[in-house]
Design a protein around this ligand. Structure first.
Ligand code: GLA
Length: 724
């Protein structure tokens, strides 16, 4: 939820903090500050009014408040929508799948889904809808308040202008004298008006003093002019203007009205005090009398954007008391109070302000909100230990990255290691007959040990394979067999499984006749569909020869969540096994994105499970979050969505686990789940943040989701909603 970081959130938060400043100021004004100069109090009010108008806090402490709501992934309909979008994509052509991984097509699907979420939440499920309504209400209040005061001010000006007439020369002369006496440098215009009963001053840029038309004694006129001239000199109208603006922004806050009224009276106290400084003791009495005289006749001005000699009954008594009070304000008291106040005010408006951020409590957050010791607990346990009785938990490794903290992270969580690149044909046999196992050996030496399994990847593939391998049919068969033999003889004893053939099928596989679905490049281009059989037969022969009949020979493929492709692989494996070809396992790569349908994955698992004694591994799992723009990090919602998908996938994998912890013996199928990398930045899809750990090695939501899928999905029933 973005409320606190939104415009409205800032206004509300600001209102709350500045209200505390008002209360503090009001309390101090009635006690400690009572004896201080009203000018100092006015300065404090100015700071507070400013704090209301400028909602920026330079050094915020962020306080995060969890707010229960129904976010994106808490919505079964949304997930079903994703599923539908995903199936439609699949119907429209699984052939596009491979190339579409991470490209714009997936991105737009996602954007559509995301857009529909936004629409849904605008309808009331998320915060966007209700925040929008609140913002409208606030904006209306703001405009109405501004309008009311502007219209009043404008009408008042119109009336004054209409009925106003120039003052006598004597008054002008008096004004000059007064101006000189109080040190006023600005030019002040004078007008007499029959429509007012108390002298007032208006105009922020061009000050006007408007006087009632009836004749007053010269002394009274002098006091009145002095009072207004000092209002002009001290800029009181600006403080009032600021306070009015604060009132428009915070029209919903009663304390701002209180502030506004207090500023009106305080400005008069302050002005009286300034006047008294220019009067002798005899005149002081006359000034008080003038105040009473004006108060008896008049109401205060009809516009708040003015200062008036008589500002209402509210402060009259106190003003008179002040005028007759001969004691001087206590400076030491003033100073210490100001120190307290400055600290208080700055705490409220700026230097040590804090910002409240609310955040949605969805599946992830509820999970995360459970005692953090739970997170710690999950972090302490390695993933490999969480799943030790279910399946191996693997990752892809490269000889050049395995060091330092990454190595620690890798060995803490994983117990099966697939060679991401080091064992590919171009790395092992770049030149014919020259085998190089340096990198493979280095990795094996480093990682292989107790309870750890090494996985070979891959022997026959159309990519990362030197072109020279595919010569004539005869040569190609020889080369394929010699490559398989040499590699297996070297590494076979250390491996638990190896991908013998990788990605024989193209994206367009429909599954009716598997031979028709094979991609036509690479080994196929010289050996036709036979290359699969040749590779597996040779691998089987070598594993027997090296005394490792238990080394699992895998066929590895991407996109096996698609029905057509799954059928093609199923048909091929079944047929070859019937011919006596040893294929022990099917590797479902699992390069997913946010549109993955757990239902479809489950359907393929069910299909493969019908092949007797077959095992399945998820061999290259990652869940990319594709967006039109690649942001540095996933947004909290995206991370949450990714976490939920991981939780659902692992929950599903557990149901098909080959290990003894799976209570349903009839479903024991999955031997290993391998993530395709450890941290996002080392992933081949780095820009889509597909893994469990961020670039800094910190666990993402996805990690906690994998570490405890049930906890993550707790009380949501999402598994059923999406077919897990
Ligand atoms: C396929 C291969 C992997 C890897 C990825 C992309 O899935 O099997 O070895 O190359 O493509 O990184």
């Amino acid at each position: 939820m973005e409320l606190a970081s939104s415009f409205l959130g800032k206004i509300l938060y600001n209102s709350l903090i500045m209200s505390m400043a008002i209360l503090l100021m009001a309390a101090l004004s009635r006690t400690l500050l009572r004896k201080t100069s009203p000018r100092i109090r006015m300065a404090c009010w100015l700071v507070i009014a400013l704090g209301f108008v400028v909602p920026v806090r330079p050094l915020p402490y962020v306080v995060t408040v969890p707010v229960a709501e129904s976010p994106i992934l808490n919505d079964a309909a949304f997930l079903e929508g994703l599923s539908t979008a995903r199936s439609m994509e699949s119907m429209e052509g699984a052939n596009q799948r491979r190339d579409a991984l991470g490209d714009a097509e997936d991105g737009s699907l996602w954007e559509d889904s995301f857009a529909s979420f936004q629409t849904a939440s605008a309808g009331g499920k998320g915060t966007i809808g209700y925040e929008g309504v609140l913002t409208c209400i606030w904006a209306m209040g703001f405009l109405v308040t501004l309008m009311v005061y502007s219209v009043k001010h404008w009408m008042f000006l119109r009336m004054v202008r209409r009925w106003g007439r120039p003052v006598d020369d004597g008054v002008v002369e008096r004004m000059r004298e007064v101006g000189r006496k109080v040190g006023l440098r600005r030019r002040v215009h004078l007008l007499a008006s029959p429509v007012i009963t108390t002298p007032i001053m208006i105009g922020m840029f061009r000050p006007w003093i408007i006087l009632p038309v009836d004749t007053v004694t010269d002394d009274k006129l002098r006091y009145v002019l002095m009072h207004e001239a000092l209002h002009v000199k001290c800029g009181d109208i600006w403080v009032k203007g600021l306070s009015l603006l604060a009132l428009a922004f915070h029209w919903f806050n009663p304390l701002v009205y209180l502030m506004n009224r207090t500023i009106v009276t305080e400005s008069e106290y302050a002005c009286d005090l300034s006047v008294l400084r220019h009067l002798d003791e005899g005149e002081r009495f006359g000034y008080g009398e003038t105040l009473l005289f004006v108060a008896k006749r008049g109401r205060r001005a009809e516009t708040l954007l003015s200062t008036s000699f008589h500002s209402g009954r509210d402060g009259l008594k106190r003003r008179l008391k002040n005028i007759m009070d001969y004691s001087t304000p206590k400076r030491w008291l003033a100073r210490s109070c100001i120190a307290v106040l400055v600290v208080g005010l700055f705490s409220a408006i700026g230097l040590t302000g804090f910002r409240i951020e609310t955040k949605s409590v969805g599946v992830k957050d509820r999970f995360m909100a459970t005692p953090s010791s739970r997170q710690d607990e999950l972090w302490q346990i390695g993933l490999k230990d969480v799943y030790k009785d279910y399946f191996m938990v693997g990752t892809a490794v490269n000889s050049w990255t395995l060091q330092g903290e990454l190595l620690d992270l890798t060995t803490k969580h994983f117990n099966a290691f697939t060679f991401e690149n080091d064992m590919k044909p171009d790395q092992v046999q770049g030149k014919e007959g020259e085998f190089d196992y340096e990198r493979v050996d280095k990795v094996t030496e480093l990682l292989n040990g107790n309870g750890v399994h090494m996985v070979g990847h891959s022997l026959a593939w159309h990519q990362q394979t030197p072109q020279w391998m595919w010569g004539s049919r005869v040569k190609a068969k020889e080369r394929l067999e010699s490559h398989v033999e040499n590699v297996l003889r070297h590494v076979g004893r250390d491996m638990v499984a190896i991908d013998v053939v990788n990605e024989a099928f193209g994206s367009a596989a429909v599954g009716d006749d598997w031979r028709m679905d094979l991609r036509t490049e690479g080994w196929y281009s010289v050996l036709g569909s036979d290359f699969v059989e040749i590779a597996f037969r040779k691998a089987d022969e070598v594993r027997q020869a090296i005394g490792r009949p238990d080394l699992k020979l895998y066929y590895n493929e991407y996109g096996l969540e698609y029905e057509g492709k799954a059928k093609a692989v199923y048909n091929m494996v079944k047929e070859l096994r019937q011919k006596g070809v040893a294929i022990d396992g099917i590797g479902m790569q699992g390069h997913f994105d946010q549109n993955v349908s757990v239902l479809e994955v489950k359907r393929s698992l069910d299909l493969f499970h019908t092949i007797p004694d077959i095992e399945v591994s998820i061999t290259e799992l990652d869940v990319a979050i594709t967006r039109s723009e690649h942001a540095e990090q996933l947004s909290p919602k995206e991370e949450e969505m990714q976490g939920l998908l991981y939780a659902k996938l692992f929950s599903l994998f557990r149901q098909y686990a080959k290990g003894s912890a799976n209570p349903d013996e009839s479903k024991r199928l999955i031997a290993r789940v391998t993530l395709w990398g450890v941290t996002d930045d080392g992933s081949w899809r780095a820009e889509n943040h597909p893994l469990l750990f961020g670039g800094d090695g910190e666990p993402k939501q996805a990690y906690y989701a994998v570490a405890d899928p049930d906890g993550y999905l707790a009380d949501d029933g999402k598994l059923d909603a999406n077919g897990g």
